[in-house]
Design a protein around this ligand. Structure first.
Ligand code: SF4
Length: 55
């Protein structure tokens, strides 16, 4: 499968998750890069006291 197709599928499944309200918080969290966040919930947190939107 070509690379753009993989990206499209990833984007699409994420869009579906967001629209259903079951997306993982980490996907849109400011701390979800490098080793900034060391929580065990990462990268699949559904609830997190440290969650900070990227906004
Ligand atoms: S702070 Fe919480 S929501 Fe953000 S990346 Fe870490 S575990 Fe995920």
């Amino acid at each position: 499968m070509s690379d753009w197709m993989t990206r499209l599928k990833t984007w699409w499944s994420r869009a579906i998750s967001i629209s259903k309200g079951d997306a993982f918080l980490c996907d849109s969290c400011k701390w979800n890069y490098g080793s900034i966040c060391t929580r065990p919930e990462r990268p699949n947190a559904k609830k997190c006291p440290d969650y900070t939107g990227k906004g």
